[in-house]
Design a protein around this ligand. Structure first.
Ligand code: BES
Ligand code: ZN
Ligand code: ZN
Length: 496
């Protein structure tokens, strides 16, 4: 999709559709809406006075101007009460408008962008583009029937009144586009089926990104991982015919910048292994590489935005399948850290591939490690479908993440890792067991990972709930969400 920025006035602009946003009272209208109203003989005011359009949040009304304006149509979209307005509502309204325009079969539209409430035109532009692109996302790659019925907007034109405004809008929309395309990349990977999105396919995607944006890339196969001593990662990978891969992407290497390590769980299908899962809803387990997808998206966006940090993305990628060569309950594994793990359930495989990835990340001496993983069903039980569980060994880093999440609208909630929890993963025969009891499942996952980061500030994000959803959210269609990409990018942008 093409996003253009031009200098122009909404009331004088000739186009197929002009998009306007309205709070629930005409007194709160921004200048472009007031001017369109004046030019149109008070038509919009009358509409509101009569109650035909109330300006409620996400309310839309498509109007034909019939010569009353240079634009052929106007789409009015409600923003609700001005006092309650924020960028999250704005992204939702932008998405709603985008879907109405797309579904009407309109290919091109224009909208005036200016400061809105407390937000600058740059923020308004970035969040419009984000809400619009993410809200109109569709996954059609594998549909062969009725392809001609698929509707899509081709061009969006953002109008600024002054040259200075135009520059700010360009800046905001540029960032919004890069970030949304990174989320789209992550969603495509999550929605892609397990027979296509294999560890090898993740390698191909990473290679393409590395080539395009000059990132460093290093890929280990299972043999090399074994030689290196990654006994936990290798155990999970060896039960699968599809070759496992251990991928490292690196941006801004050797420039003396702060290092941030991003680690993503890349289980391209989780059957549970020998501790096999019930078959009901097992197809969802193609999303068990959502942490990896978030890291890939964030690496791509970080490079395109030229964020001044050394960012290392680490992705252990493998399937988890039962097989004659598969690892088994009771097995004892030697992790890269040297610590041993007794396998209680082969379905707690995420923490096994991640523990080696976390140990590996320490080689880069990062200032912070953030891992993302669809780690536990227990996290969904605790927090629901839309919330990411946060566990941390460092309050300041946890707070940075919470602040970034507040900005992007991705909900995170911190869970404790008190000393008592470590008892649950004590093993009679090894250093740790890979599961506890049924108690505090999401916390125990984090507690296990905590044993592999030493003293480095670390945050674990359990995205089992929000990685894919069954019901549309304002700008997140059902299916893979790309959760974590925007959060990570915001964290990196705000890093000081
Ligand atoms: N990938 C699953 C977690 C999961 C479950 C994600 C449901 C999304 C939706 C993970 O590998 C797993 O199976 N975890 C086990 C851990 C248990 C054996 C301690 C779980 O949650 O049951
Ligand atoms: Zn599992
Ligand atoms: Zn899993």
């Amino acid at each position: 999709m093409d996003i253009q920025v031009e200098r122009g006035m909404a009331d004088g602009y000739a186009c197929g559709l002009l998009l306007l946003f309205s709070f629930d009272s005409p007194e709160d209208w921004e200048k472009p809406v007031r001017e369109v109203d004046r030019k149109w003989g008070g038509f919009l005011s009358t509409l509101m006075k009569q109650g035909d359009f109330k300006g409620e949040l996400f309310e839309t009304r498509l109007l034909f101007t019939h010569g009353g304006l240079p634009a052929q149509r106007v789409l009015l979209t409600g923003l609700g009460k001005k006092a309650e307005f924020d960028l999250e509502k704005w992204r939702g309204a932008s998405s709603k408008a985008g879907k109405v325009i797309r579904d009407s079969g309109i290919k091109e539209f224009a909208l005036p962008v200016g400061a809105l409430g407390a937000f600058s035109e740059e923020e308004v532009a970035e969040s419009f583009v984000t809400g619009f692109i993410l809200g109109t996302y569709q996954f059609n790659e594998f549909k062969t029937l009725d392809r001609d019925k698929i509707k899509q907007v081709d061009t969006v034109l953002l109008l600024g009144e002054t040259d200075e405004q135009v520059r700010s809008i360009e800046k905001g929309s540029h960032a919004g586009k890069i970030i949304s395309e990174a989320v789209t990349r992550a969603r495509d990977l999550v929605n892609g089926p397990g027979n296509q999105i294999t560890p090898t396919a993740l390698v191909r995607t990473c290679q393409e990104i590395a080539r395009t944006h000059s990132l460093g890339i290093h890929v280990m196969d299972v043999g090399e991982a074994e030689t290196m001593g990654m006994g936990a990662f290798v155990a999970v990978a060896k039960g699968s015919h599809e070759p496992g891969k251990f991928i490292t992407l690196e941006y801004n290497r050797g420039k003396g910048l702060d290092t941030i390590a991003l680690v993503g769980k890349g289980i391209t299908f989780d059957s549970g292994g020998i501790s096999i899962k019930p078959s009901e809803r097992m197809e969802r387990m193609k999303d068990d590489m959502s942490g990896a997808a978030a890291v890939i998206g964030a690496m791509e966006a970080a490079a395109r935005l030229r964020i001044p940090l050394h960012v290392v993305g680490i992705i252990p990628a493998t399937e988890n399948l039962p097989d004659g060569k598969a690892y088994k309950p009771g097995d004892i594994l030697k992790s890269l850290s040297g610590q041993t793990v007794e396998v209680i359930s082969t379905d707690a495989e995420g923490r096994l591939i991640l523990c080696d990835a976390l140990t590996y990340s320490l080689r880069y001496q990062p200032k912070a490690i953030i891992d993302l993983a669809t780690l536990t069903g227990a996290c969904i039980i605790a927090l629901g479908d839309y919330v990411t569980g946060l566990l941390a060994n460092d309050g300041a880093l946890a707070q940075r993440i919470e602040e970034a999440a507040k900005k992007t609208g991705e909900k995170v909630w911190r869970l404790p890792i008190w000393d008592e929890y470590f008892d649950y993963i004590k093993s009679d025969s090894a250093d740790f067991r890979n599961v506890g009891t049924r108690a505090a499942g999401a916390i125990i996952g984090g507690v296990f990972l905590n044993r592999f980061v030493q003293k480095t500030p670390w945050v674990h994000l359990d995205i089992a709930g929000p990685a894919s959803i069954d019901k549309d959210q304002p700008y997140v269609p059902k299916g893979g969400t790309g959760v974590g990409v925007r959060l990570l990018v915001q964290l990196l942008r705000d890093w000081k």
